[in-house]
Unconditional design. Structure first.
Length: 229
């Protein structure tokens, strides 16, 4: 599944400042499943964007804001998935395993446990604002069920990497994911009906996500453990 990747800039990070934005563009529309604030759900898309915003982001219209960013970039509006993060997207980490690719931006300001009691205060306040955004690309056609399965597999691999690194949580409250695969007739692409962690393609996805998140977590921890100047 041919895809182009570029780092560009947008003009408003929520505080009127320019910030980088990552852009993936597909040679042909791709099948997608995502939890993206813009273009989420099951869809066909031509692009994915991951836009960096200010650490104290306060806008209450993130989907509209992302729509403005997409239009500024000259991308076809309504034809992709848009993510946001306060993490430094220039520090994106990528990993490839058996043709499966995962690109991760990692910010761990407020890690949390998925099954936490109501009213739990944010843990580990030393962590800076951010989120974990995953863009996963598979070179095989996935059924709807396999796409859902891929989200579960990727999330488990992300949480494994965080736990192995000693992060006090399974993720952050605003983590997001986009899983993309080729679209079109099944005869054009190998078909996959299951993407659990022990299936061939699910295992590759899990290893790619784990590697990208592990590297991003290590970089994040090293950066924020340095004495401030």
């Amino acid at each position: 599944m041919p895809v182009g990747f570029a780092q560009r800039e947008h003009s408003d990070d929520g505080a009127g400042q320019r910030r980088p934005v990552l852009v993936w563009r597909f040679a042909e529309p791709a099948r997608m499943i995502s939890s993206a604030v813009l273009g989420g759900g099951l869809a066909r898309g031509e692009w994915v964007v991951n836009a960096e915003v200010t650490h104290d982001y306060r806008r209450d219209d993130p989907a509209g804001h992302l729509g403005d960013i997409v239009a500024e970039l000259g991308l076809p509006v309504g034809a992709g998935a848009g993510l946001m993060t306060a993490a430094d997207v220039r520090r994106m980490c990528g990993a490839i395993d058996g043709g499966v690719r995962c690109d991760a931006t990692v910010g761990l300001a407020y890690p949390t446990w998925a099954a936490a009691p109501d009213g739990l205060a944010p843990l580990a306040a030393r962590w800076r604002p951010g989120t974990v955004n995953l863009v996963c690309l598979l070179p095989v056609w996935l059924s709807d069920a396999a796409l859902v399965n891929a989200v579960v597999t990727a999330t488990e691999a992300k949480s494994q990497a965080l736990l192995e690194a000693g992060v006090p949580g399974t993720g952050t409250a605003s983590d997001a994911i986009v899983v993309c695969c080729p679209d079109g007739p099944a005869e054009r692409w190998p078909g996959v009906e299951y993407c659990g962690p022990r299936s061939p393609w699910g295992a590759r996805l899990a290893r790619a996500v784990h590697a990208a998140v592990a590297e991003g977590t290590a970089r994040y921890a090293a950066r924020w453990s340095q004495p401030s100047t």
